[in-house]
Design a protein around this ligand. Sequence first.
Ligand code: SF4
Length: 959
Amino acid sequence: MTATDDTRAAQSDLPGARRHEHLRNYPPPDTWDNHVAFDAKAHPRKVAREFMLIPTTCFNCESACGLLAHVAKDDLTVTKVEGNPAHPGSRGRNCAKGPATINQLTDPERILHPLRRAGERGSGAWETCSWDEALDDIAGRIRQAIIDDRRDEVVYHVGRPGEDGFAERFLLAWGVDGHNSHTNICSSGARLGYTLWGGYDRPSPDYANAKVVLLLSSHLETGHYFNPHAQRIMEAKHEGSAKLVVIDPRMSNTASHADLWLAPWPGSEAAILLAVASHLLQTGRIDRDFIHRWVNWSTYLQRLHPDAPHDFETFLAKLTEDYAEYTFELAAEEAQVPVEKIRELAEIIATSGSALSAHIWRSAAAGNLGGWQVARSLFFLNVLTGSVGTPGGTSPNGWNKFIPHGFDMPAGHDVWNELLWPAEYPLSTNEMSILLPHLLHDGRGKLDVYFSRVYNPIWTNPDGFSWMEALTDPAKVGLHVALTPTWSETATFADYVLPMGHSTERHDTHSYETHAGRWLGFRQPVKRVAMDKLGQSYTDTRDSNPGEVWEENEFWFELSWRIDPDGALGIRKYFESPYRPGEKVTVDEYYQWIFENRVPGLPEKAAEQGLTPMAYMRKYGVVEIAKDLYRQDERVLGEADLDGAAPDPDGVLRKPTTDESTPPLVGEAGVVGVQLDDGSTVAGWLTPSRRLELYSDTMASFGWPEHATPGYIESHVSRRRIDTDAGEMVLVPTFRLPTLIHTRSGNAKYLNEISNTHPVWVNATDAQRMGLATGDLVRVTTRIGYFVARIWAHQGIRPGVIALSHHMGRWRLNDTDASRWVTGKVDLDHTEDGVWRMRYAGGVGPFESDDPDSSRIYWEDPGVHQNLTFPVQPDPWSGMHCWLQHVRLTKAEPGDRYGDIEVDTRKSREVYHEWLARTRPGPNAEGWRRPEFLMRPVKPKRKAFKVAHADVDGAQRQE
Ligand code: SF4
């Protein structure tokens, strides 16, 4: 077959993939082992080269799109990374960041060997060490911490997980309460809003079949799951005539595609959505049957209108009355947009029937005090229109995501780590990781071993200088191990930097809610798979990766084995092979067991093709488990599901449990479903009532009865709190460039060539009023300091609001431990009294390396690291860092230079205490530290959720 024939081949044999009539340019899978293509570098000569096309999954955002790596047969190099047409989520398509994986593999500055600090933390002095030396040192410390019962001193802090279920395994096996995430700089707000409704923490819209797509953010091109979602939104728009509505103060690329774009004052979004809800109620354009069956309307009436007649009609009348205060006029005033636009929005939503696909993830929910109520108000529209779990509607993520666990999963531990789950935030979703430096400063604990893994908190988090202060203090952080494929500002301050593989260099399984189906993706080290096919031997993935780069799973197996070499701690048994008793499990065996035992339908699909389940996954890199999944709340439970469960007085089906029971990741231990009034026994939702909770007893029980229903909480940056005449503005620092990845695009040269400017967006009217023009230097002053940047004056952002994207502003202290494609070298000054100053000593520039492209760098701007100047602003309910900043915009002062940063970390402490004072600490009156049904990674046993009754009386909880 010639390359031309090959690339024109039809793909009728793609298993599980939805064929798409526009996609015809992928080689069919049965030719993937023998693919011939012309060598692009030989152009214009036509030189054929033989390849194996080996599927894997992208690691450059959370979507896990399919990739197909072109592995040359002659030298096993990866020459190209394209889309995998067999993947039902991405369907062969990728954004720019997927193919840019090739840059990450060949980056001349990538970390190739384990490194140990050879000077002060942050000095840039490193020495190579062996994996054995690093493993023995780290394992010895963890072992001692476990023996000493210091099980809250070992913390694994993950940024981009890129996998499901594996980290849980080793943390549970070690018995440490040490899972820490980046969630509260990302999505805690939306998670709480969605969880209070249905127990699931995020939405899964069925965009492709929607009549109306409602996006609160620039989701389409730059948000969550953006490629799989974006392609379906555009299909709905062009093939199904769906209306696209975007609510965003900034004219994003998404907004440019919208039928209606609303640019409200940030933080007013819940008022807008509740005005729409009120309109739906008043005009009766609601799905009465759905609400009657699934909403806890009875509880709503009992709690808020106990004296009213207890029937559904009264409930609807009371609900309509209760939300009547949310008028179009109120929304228009809060949002500072014309009232006609709110009315137009409400009418569009009213026409959606049961096909309203709505989504929020970061954006307003991640920006504002009370932002979680924006997500809750948005889902209220789905509930009222009955567009929940319907074709074109919005499902919960759990219906479309699949997490298989490995053999013999360890049970929950009984530890509660107050550094990660402080009492002040009993409803947080999830860990309060932004507060870690402050909690360490408060003396609430210390860390003996701290892993940062694909995470760069000094740069990504707010208040990075407080992180720097904590990470350079050995009394607070004993040993910092950075597991990373690329240099970062945080890795610079580590004790060990251990090189981990990119998406073509490691194994993982994961799946995401890309559409109304369910699939499991399999990431694999493609060169190692090619070696298998060619019969070449290896010991582990280090033998196929560049340098001594490893894959994490093999690293964790080995580390766990060394923590408990003789099995005396009860850890080793979880890392013994299910096929070879007593011997260390291999990564192949780990996944083989999962694919044989935990993935519905996979063994049968594989057998149809004469393959083992493992061979099937190696061949396609993905398996489709279900398609067209709707209304899973109505799934009828059989005897096997019930397993002896009996209905309680509210119809919740419960099995007997004890304090030793470990709850599932979401939901309560022992609860399997609900028996409804008509006697049907169905799965329902994951809330305590197993219904959709319009009224949340949980909120009331944890001291917030005033927020037990969807409502509008005035943001910390509401219009009335900002004095624009005094130069005050709202800074939106959360929008992203679709071509950059937080830290890891630092070593993707194509991406840096595409995106390399970092202006502050300012409305042209504001700029004119202040005597500013595009390119002028300004100071942006926050509560704890200021940064200096250049403005871009235009009409694409609403007046009173400025915005700066959050993927630039990269810097380095040393040339030895940074990505020079993207960073500017800085001078750092720290005075005795806690004031930090950072100034660029130079911009991005050409450098000599093995890659001739590094000498051709023509861009100069590293951007401005705005996050350093933000104090922590944790929302008192969700724990979400409220990213939007109340700032003052002024002309730059004499001596100011582009990129200058000044921060006083004593002020950081003051702001931390101010926001802490807004909380109402747990436990609740029943002694629960946290509601059991809320998601909590690495969930402990039920008894860890409870405090002793004597402590409850002494708790500072406010009623
Ligand atoms: S959307 Fe882009 S970065 Fe994200 S997984 Fe897909 S290809 Fe990779």
